[in-house]
Design a protein around this ligand. Structure first.
Ligand code: NAD
Length: 471
């Protein structure tokens, strides 16, 4: 019996299959459980043509936009079980984490549906008026770690602002996004939201397509740079949300138990496969032993395994390449003198499982410290001098997030303002993101930011009208 799941694309309001497919692997079992269409060049063209044709009327009807964007939240909520099953099978999340992601995505749509947008603003009363206009067709490209949530970060503001969208999920995790596209076929007029799937080459075709007005891209630094180069000849608008190598700086008077709890949560949620996860921890020498021991205790207490079992806390690494990469970074660090305080081993015979790993005696110069590991291994780096820890934290091309840990708010802020990152958290890391809170990176971690009114404005241009125009 053929049990492979297949879900078609959504183009111009209709379902579209493809002769070519990409296989989707369940990282918990290593089995191919689904096939997604590999969009042909003509499918990509059709999606952009449909989006361009739908754009003028969609851009004019603010009432319809508000209603449809709100309806997405309802559709996601009503279909949460089915979407969570797909997400769990493709992304390796526990079922409860998949549901959390879907609830979060729904909250983004509700927020942007309700947002009071100043479409018109008086710049010079009676003489100059600014009007927020949509850009046109947005190419939205997402990675594999939060397929639905990161799609929501793009779709909700782009659609509410009056743009139409062609969305492409990662080839590792296309299924939940394809299903969402199908579920929304009755919510949006044909062509307003198109969902195509395929490999990186489909993403490339979207970034260079002549009908693309803006690319909203979330993914790796390497691909982000390629996207920036691809859009340059046509000066398309661009938002990039890229990788991070977030440092956590623990101050000398931090509470060891609470800090360890918070660091573990911020470093190992979804196995550390979070752009804004803690990826390296700077610890004063006096606290180094106790903090490492407490983190190791927490790591050893976690249940790793079957994502469908409600007692499981951590599932597998999402794909085999990532799994091999993280294990390679770990083994290189061990050869260079780092020590495993907890974890380090594979779990079971099948699936890309790795126990949450605390690495001590780590230092700059090891790839696990200098690069983005994006997996369940957290290096602890001892420091003597706080200024030197801050220097090391900044000695990177990344600049997404950072955190500072200690009891004194003034001192936390003093350190925070020295750190070159888009976000700094106090006594936590990657804390409950909200649709109203701007999120973006400095340096190679990104260009622009998402969320909130500013995020929505990045999907518009301000047209300036001169003359005696009433606001
Ligand atoms: P990736 O860059 O390999 O792929 C992301 C998406 O881009 C996929 O859909 C892929 O098919 C597509 N793509 C790849 N090359 C492309 C190209 N040249 N042109 C157009 N599209 C292309 O990233 P990934 O491995 O899927 O995701 C992990 C990375 O994403 C990590 O570095 C992580 O930190 C980053 N990330 C960043 C954020 C953020 O908000 N800053 C959020 C989540 C993930």
């Amino acid at each position: 019996m053929d049990t492979v799941t297949r879900i078609p694309m959504t183009i111009g309001g209709a379902t579209v299959a493809s002769d070519e497919v990409i296989e989707v692997v369940n990282p918990a079992t290593e089995a191919v459980w689904a096939e997604a269409p590999a969009a042909s060049k003509s499918s990509v063209d059709n999606a952009f043509t449909a989006a361009a044709e739908a754009a003028p009327s969609w851009g004019r009807d603010e009432t319809a936009r508000r209603k449809a964007v709100a309806a997405v939240a309802d559709v996601m909520t009503r279909n949460i079980d089915e979407l969570a099953d797909l997400l769990t099978a493709e992304a390796g999340k526990t079922v409860s984490d998949s549901k959390l992601e879907i609830q979060g995505a729904a909250a983004w749509f509700s927020y942007f549906a309700d947002l009071d947008v100043p479409w018109r603003e008086s710049i010079d009363p009676g003489r100059v008026t600014g009007v927020r206009r949509p850009l046109g067709v947005v190419a939205a490209i997402t990675p594999w770690n939060f397929p639905l949530a990161l799609a929501a970060w793009k779709l909700a503001p782009a659609l509410r602002a009056g743009n139409t969208v062609v969305l492409k999920p990662s080839p590792y995790t296309p299924m939940a996004t394809l299903r969402l596209g199908q579920l929304l076929q009755d919510v949006f007029p044909a062509g307003v939201l198109n969902v195509v799937s395929g490999g990186d080459e489909v993403g490339v075709a979207m970034t260079v397509h002549p009908l693309t007005a803006k690319v909203s891209f979330t993914g790796s630094v390497e691909a982000g740079k390629a996207v920036a180069a691809a859009v340059a000849p046509d000066l398309k608008r661009l938002t990039l949300e890229l990788g991070g190598n977030d440092p956590a700086i623990v101050l000398g008077d931090a509470d060891v138990a609470a800090t360890a709890e918070g660091l573990f949560a911020g470093g190992f949620y979804h196995n550390g496969q979070v752009c804004g996860a803690v990826k390296r921890v700077y610890v004063p020498e006096r606290l180094y032993g106790p903090l490492a021991a407490e983190l190791a205790r927490i790591a050893d207490s976690k249940v790793v395994g079957d994502t469908r079992d409600s007692s499981t806390q951590l599932g597998p690494v999402q794909n085999v390449n990532q799994y091999e990469r993280v294990r390679g970074l770990l083994s290189d660090a061990l050869k260079d003198g780092a020590q495993v305080a907890a974890g380090g081993q594979r779990v079971g015979e099948r699936g890309y499982f790795l126990r949450p790993t605390i690495l001590t005696d780590a230092h700059a110069g090891q790839a696990i410290v200098d690069e983005e590991q994006f997996g369940p291994v957290l290096p602890l780096i001892p420091y003597v001098d706080l200024a030197d820890a801050i220097r090391q934290a900044n000695d990177t091309h990344f600049g997404l997030g950072a955190s500072v840990w200690g009891p004194n708010r003034d001192q936390l802020e003093e350190v925070a303002l020295e750190i070159e990152s888009g976000t700094v958290y106090f006594n936590g890391h990657a804390l409950n993101y909200g649709p109203h809170v701007p999120f973006g990176g400095r340096k190679w971690s990104g260009i622009g930011s998402e969320n909130g009114l500013d995020g929505l404005k990045s999907f518009t241009h301000l047209q300036v009208l001169y003359g005696d125009v009433a606001v």
